[in-house]
Design a protein around this ligand. Structure first.
Ligand SMILES: *Cc1c(COP(=O)(O)O)cnc(C)c1O
Length: 455
């Protein structure tokens, strides 16, 4: 290799030997046909620019073939969808950056059906007239939660914004200081309340709030008592908070509604260990909550959605509110939600999230061993998976991973391929956690790893 000519300026002969864009364009008719003249010219200019920089750094000049190849690679890269399939080998079941809950077969089929052509989104087939957008999901939500009615919007943040705006604008919302949570992605309960035009009245302390604290805060301007699931953190030790039933009793004594932001919408059928201590939507309503808000893509295992379930009369102002039109769900999400809820009616719902949370450690280990056997230099190691998505932070999820030499460099190659493979780098090795990898993905994952490890 030639020595870098630092300070000596560019090598004129090397730079001069590079072909022109016009010459390269003439030699690449196949690329022009596939990508169009302008895109190919741009890619060739990019390749030439890189070649010039390389020459200045001391590399020999590239020939036309190499330059065209580099441009072709850049064009292929640019043509690949940015939003593409990923294999989640992080061990985080509800990985917000990877789309949270993967959909089950019923939801996927429903989405495909709804996007084939037109669909009965707001059409009542019995009368032939306009129907309700949520006609498919509402009866299912009633059956699954015992609620009188339900309203569906884009996500739980939207559900909370809508509920607090419709019920408490101009008034006060009473909430415990121990529940002023930030969920991530900038969702903060105090901001949502403020955005809805209500005033926040904080009661109690971070670790202890008593029923008497709520009682003392209730005044003529109070519109709603709010209880928020702590979701992504736990305060342990000297803590106290009234339960839903006690809070509902107090609210009803004063003719006020109790709104519960449950975060993750557990319907039923959570695997026993995973479900320990997590109240379901139905239990929350049965304990006296008037409205319960929850996400569609956390433990419910469906698409991004926010649902407010509960008292029909209290939901009426939500339905009528102008925000409803801005926050309503689209047809594909509604189809996925209906499919997910239908699957949830089964005694053992076929939902990936529930399967991943409930699988026993030995079965995960067996899958990790199968992957390790396909990969030279791989080692089977113990791992710790997580529910993620701000759900069940204290839940231990023993798991197994395949450890590979190659660290960040290998991780980067795997991330950038198709499908993207996402693991975690630890101590210079890449760990692929198998709790979040489906059995059917193992051969493809092995193929991608082998290709990425090839010299
Ligand atoms: C996750 C969460 C939210 C936000 O839900 P999205 O569906 O992500 O908008 C709100 N409140 C609580 C308590 C949560 O856990």
């Amino acid at each position: 290799m030639a020595s870098p000519r630092s300070g000596a300026g560019p090598s004129p002969s090397g730079l001069r030997s590079l072909p022109s864009v016009r010459l390269l364009l003439e030699q690449a008719p196949h690329l022009r046909q596939a990508h169009g003249h302008a895109a190919v010219a741009g890619a060739l200019r990019g390749a030439l620019q890189a070649a010039r920089a390389a020459i200045r750094a001391g590399a020999p000049p590239s020939g036309p073939e190499a330059l065209i190849q580099r441009a072709a690679a850049a064009l292929d890269q640019a043509a690949r969808p940015v939003l593409r399939r990923a294999i989640n080998a992080t061990g985080i079941v509800l990985h917000t950056n990877l789309g949270r809950a993967p959909l089950g077969p019923a939801a996927r089929a429903a989405v495909t059906e709804a996007m084939e052509g037109y669909c009965t989104l707001e059409f009542d087939v019995a009368s032939g007239r306009r129907g309700e957008r949520t006609q498919g999901v509402e009866p299912l939500l009633r059956r699954l939660t015992g609620a009188e009615a339900a309203v569906c919007v884009n996500n739980n943040a939207a559900a909370m914004l809508l509920a607090l705006t419709a019920l408490a604008a101009g008034g006060e919302v009473v909430v415990s200081r121990g529940e002023l949570v930030e969920i991530g992605g900038g969702f903060r309960i105090p901001d949502i309340i403020g955005q809805g035009g209500a005033r926040l009245v904080e009661v109690g302390t971070t670790n202890r709030t008593r029923l008497a604290d709520y009682r003392a805060a209730i005044g003529p301007a109070t519109r709603v008592l709010l209880k928020v699931h702590q979701s992504n953190f736990r305060i342990i030790g000297f803590t106290e908070a009234p339960d839903t039933a006690a809070l509902a009793g107090l609210a009803h004594e004063h003719g006020l509604p109790l709104l519960v932001d449950l975060g993750s919408g557990v319907l039923h059928g959570l695997p026993l260990a995973a479900g320990a201590g997590e109240p379901t939507v139905g239990q929350c309503l049965a304990a006296g909550a008037d409205l319960v808000a929850f996400s569609g893509d956390k433990l419910l295992g469906g698409p991004q959605a926010g649902i407010v379930a509960g008292d029909a009369a209290l939901l009426a102002p939500l339905r009528r509110h102008p925000l409803m039109r801005a926050l309503r769900l689209d047809k594909l999400s509604l189809a996925a939600l209906e499919g997910t809820l239908r699957a949830s009616l089964a005694p053992a719902p076929d939902l990936p999230v529930l399967r991943m949370l409930g699988e026993d450690a030995a079965s995960v280990q067996a899958r990790a061993a199968r992957l390790a056997a396909l990969l030279p230099g791989a080692e089977l190691v113990a791992s710790e998976a997580q529910a993620g998505g701000g759900a069940l932070p204290a839940l231990p999820l023993p798991s197994s991973a395949v450890a590979l030499p190659g660290g960040e460099a290998l991780a980067a190659r795997l991330r950038q391929g198709t499908p993207a493979v996402v693991g975690r780098v630890q101590g210079g090795r890449l760990l692929l956690d198998l709790r979040t990898v489906d059995e059917a993905e193992v051969p493809l994952l092995a193929e991608r790893v082998r290709a990425a490890m090839a010299p």
